[in-house]
Design a protein around this ligand. Structure first.
Ligand code: GTP
Ligand code: MG
Length: 417
């Protein structure tokens, strides 16, 4: 049964590879006609030095929130292979709808960029198409927003054919409304971080071609979805129960999968290390076993284009009998991370799936007590009474966690799932 599943998945991958090769062929033809070459080939950190960026945040939100969001943007930039050369923060009552920044701040931004020798300007949040266009008119530097950085990381990480298709679709859908009009500024705009975006050229024909390509990719992804749900249905009939690891990016999901199943899945101190769903078996005494799946991590304001494009991947979560919500207990933004993940699960209609809260990285918590004699761990235990406290890296709490998982599974009646 299991072997069937893997064979089926491999066949799917092959099929997608073939259809991608076909569309890539189309891309080559496009290039000869002097137009789009497709998005997938280039990399940010090629042979040259890492690009340098100034991060900009203009917000009406409370200062603490603005700062934490900017700190996360810095992590995202780092994960994308971009060096942060400086930051600029502005707090406003209302965001300037045309340029985001006032004239004075724009001048200051130019100076900061010059001093930092930065060729990129990255805005926290999502720039409206008009803002992006206007900004490109007033500065020589390339302008990106948070969503594009996330898309870029995904583009670098995607390894499977399905993953690549999904990322390309998200990039195209994000860029299409932003590729309008005719100006030299658009050439830069279209370049992405390291030329990974759609290249420069005759935009109108390109837009049409891109829309065609979007339609083609959507078709093959729709096919993937149908096939995967068929495979899932077959697996559910006779197979083991399924537990899925979900959580904020970098929470330690892959580390936990490795620790529990003795596997060697990629673990990295970077955002979005994992993109493709990974499945391993977890064995328990008395010949019982369950399937444990690890998948893409979440982040606050996950771009809707990505959510849409990754539907085939996220739908893998629908078969889960149990969701293990893994979070980094040592992260100062723990509460916000938990909330973001819960919101996304809700959006995916997974609110009703049984869930366990797993607070990871307890080894990284400070052991100092506050004035009431309470340690960080005690405070968390008080705040999240039902949670499991573990350190996937050291193995602490894992035996108890796997006993609890086993206790939650409905082993006896697989047909009911
Ligand atoms: N201190 C400490 N670090 C941990 C622990 N578990 C994981 N990490 C580290 O956290 C980082 C992220 O781990 P991953 O397992 O890649 O996280 P992930 O949730 O799979 O991340 P994405 O795939 O990006 O969503 C790595 O540097 C791990 O070594 C832990 O128990 N304690
Ligand atoms: Mg991972």
């Amino acid at each position: 049964m299991e072997a069937d599943f893997f064979a089926e998945t491999a066949a799917l991958e092959e099929e997608l590879a073939r259809s991608a090769a076909l569309t890539a062929g189309q891309g080559e033809a496009d290039k000869k006609n002097g137009s789009f070459a497709g998005l997938k080939k280039s990399r940010i950190v090629g042979s040259g030095a890492e690009p340098r960026a100034i991060l900009v945040s203009v917000s009406t939100r409370p200062r603490a929130e603005q700062e934490s969001s900017l700190a996360e943007l810095a992590e995202l930039a780092d994960s994308a292979g971009v060096t942060v050369a400086g930051t600029l923060m502005q707090r406003v009552h209302a965001v300037n709808p045309t340029l985001i920044l006032g004239k004075g701040k724009l001048a200051e931004l130019e100076v900061t960029a010059l001093q930092g020798n930065a060729d990129l300007i990255i805005f926290d949040g999502e720039l409206a198409p008009a803002q992006l266009r206007n900004l490109t008119e007033v500065t020589e530097r390339r302008i990106l927003d948070r969503t594009q950085v996330i898309l870029d990381i995904f583009a670098q990480r995607a390894t499977s054919q399905a993953g690549k298709c999904q990322v390309e679709l998200a990039q195209l859908q994000y860029m299409l409304p932003r590729l309008v009009g005719k100006s030299r500024a658009l050439d830069r705009l279209a370049g992405g971080i390291g030329g990974r975006g759609p290249g420069e050229t005759k935009l109108e024909t390109d837009r049409r071609r891109l829309r065609d390509r979007v339609a083609r990719i959507k078709d093959s992804l729709e096919d993937l979805r149908r096939r995967r749900s068929y495979v899932r249905a077959r697996r559910a009939k006779g197979g083991a129960p399924v537990a899925s690891l979900v959580g904020y990016t970098n929470a330690g999901k892959s580390t936990l999968l490795n620790a529990l199943t003795g596997s060697d899945v990629l673990v990295e101190n970077r955002l979005f290390a994992t993109l493709d769903p990974t499945t391993r078996r977890l064995r328990f005494p008395r010949e019982r076993e369950l399937i444990l799946t690890d998948t893409v991590g979440f982040i606050r304001s996950l771009p809707k284009e990505l959510m849409e494009a990754f539907r085939a991947t996220l739908e893998e979560l629908e078969e889960a009998d149990l969701l293990l919500h893994v979070a980094d207990a040592s992260h100062p933004e723990l509460a916000r991370h938990l909330k973001s993940v819960e919101d996304i699960l809700e959006q995916l209609d997974l609110g009703a799936t049984p869930r366990m809260l797993v607070l990871n990285k307890v080894d990284a918590l400070s052991t100092e007590a506050d004035e009431e004699g309470l340690t960080a761990r005690m405070l968390l235990e008080r705040e999240y009474p039902g949670a499991f406290f573990i350190a996937a890296r050291t193995g602490e709490g894992l035996a108890e966690l796997s006993r609890a998982i086993a206790g939650r599974m409905d082993w006896a009646e697989p047909s009911k799932r």
